[in-house]
Design a protein around this ligand. Structure first.
Ligand code: AHR
Length: 329
């Protein structure tokens, strides 16, 4: 209790205290920063991973729109899948003395030095959609994300039920080292362990992109073609790449080879309605409102949860066809 009150006070202080320049960072005060301070608009730095998937573009849009709606000055940086670019962006935000940083970390490890710099500068960090590995959780204020391990379990459970626990599966993994790639793999593997007939016969990264998902699926079809009974893709873009590869090989995606993935994009719902994909575990990217609820709370000195878990749901073809007309991303 006392601990959480202290955390709350610290978070409130991080937002409200007036930051003074040390001699070493005096030159770093940018004109943008001076402008922001003079009109009292809160400045938020957002370091985004890139635009590798429809999911990510929807997340970016949601955060940008919500910032605008609530009157925040959002500084956006696209890291093009590189952690070094995210670290650079964070250092720029720190130099600009932003009021808070929103970080979608591309991989789980390697953040501690830069997050210590943010902490030393009294800037709260909100992790969005992906978590990090750290021995010091005080380096971030809150994490807003889905439970990726559970998403992997949900995909595995769906496939186990559909096949009676027997299928030769190829797995398209996300970006190496990324939380959703590690965790979705682990969750699915748990289900496979309980269902020994559910065998992952090949597993490789498709980097969360449609082009790479297609390329890797083509290679799987060449090496293991007739044996493949199902695809488990860590996201919809790779699953849609696999759909193309399977069609081009002369087999029918969704019929000859079952396809289950994670995200719940409009294109995947369309593919399910068309019978080309079979099930999707929704991972909601519309995180703007939750992010700025947290920013508002921290700013106003209210308590924020250390972790806000976004709820996920599995859709099959029938449910996808029904939901398609109102699908938002
Ligand atoms: O971190 C969420 C994952 O990242 C989404 O599943 C994927 O599409 C994205 O690129």
């Amino acid at each position: 209790m006392i601990r959480s009150m202290l955390a709350l006070t610290a978070a409130a202080l991080l937002f409200s205290c007036t930051k003074t320049n040390s001699p070493s960072d005096a030159t770093a005060t940018s004109s943008a920063n001076r402008d922001a301070k003079s009109n009292h608009t809160k400045v938020i730095g957002f370091s985004q991973i890139g635009a590798e998937s429809a999911w990510r573009s929807a997340e970016t849009k949601s955060i940008q729109e919500e910032a605008k709606k609530r009157g925040y000055d959002l500084r956006f940086s696209d890291a093009q899948q590189k952690q070094e670019n995210q670290i650079k962006a964070l250092r720029t935000f720190i130099a600009q003395k932003v009021d808070a940083i929103v970080l979608a970390p591309v991989v789980e490890t390697g953040w501690e030095p830069v997050l210590r710099e943010a902490k030393a500068a009294n800037i709260p960090v909100i992790l969005v959609d992906r978590g990090i590995t750290t021995s010091d959780p005080s380096l971030y204020t809150t994490l807003i994300a889905s439970d990726f391990v559970n998403e992997g379990r949900m995909a595995g459970d769906w496939l186990a039920k559909k096949t009676g626990g027997k299928a030769k599966v190829v797995e398209l993994q996300g970006t190496p080292g990324a939380a959703p790639a590690n965790d979705r793999k682990a969750g699915f593997a748990e289900v496979a362990q309980k269902n020994p007939g559910l065998q992952i016969i090949k597993s490789q990264t498709g980097e969360f992109t449609r082009a790479k998902g297609k390329e890797v699926m083509e290679a799987f079809l060449k090496s293991d073609g007739p044996n493949i009974q199902a695809v488990y893709a860590h996201n919809d873009d790779m699953a849609l790449g696999a759909v193309q590869a399977i069609e081009e090989s002369g087999r029918k995606p969704g019929k000859d080879i079952l396809i289950v993935s994670v995200d719940g994009t409009k294109d995947a719902f369309q593919a399910m309605a068309d019978g080309k994909m079979n099930a999707v575990v929704e991972c909601n990217p519309l995180l703007g409102p939750a992010v700025f609820d947290a920013v508002d709370k921290i700013s106003g000195g209210s308590q924020v949860e250390k972790k806000v878990v976004v709820q996920d749901k599995t859709y099959d073809q029938t449910e996808a066809a029904q939901a398609l007309p109102t699908r938002q991303y």
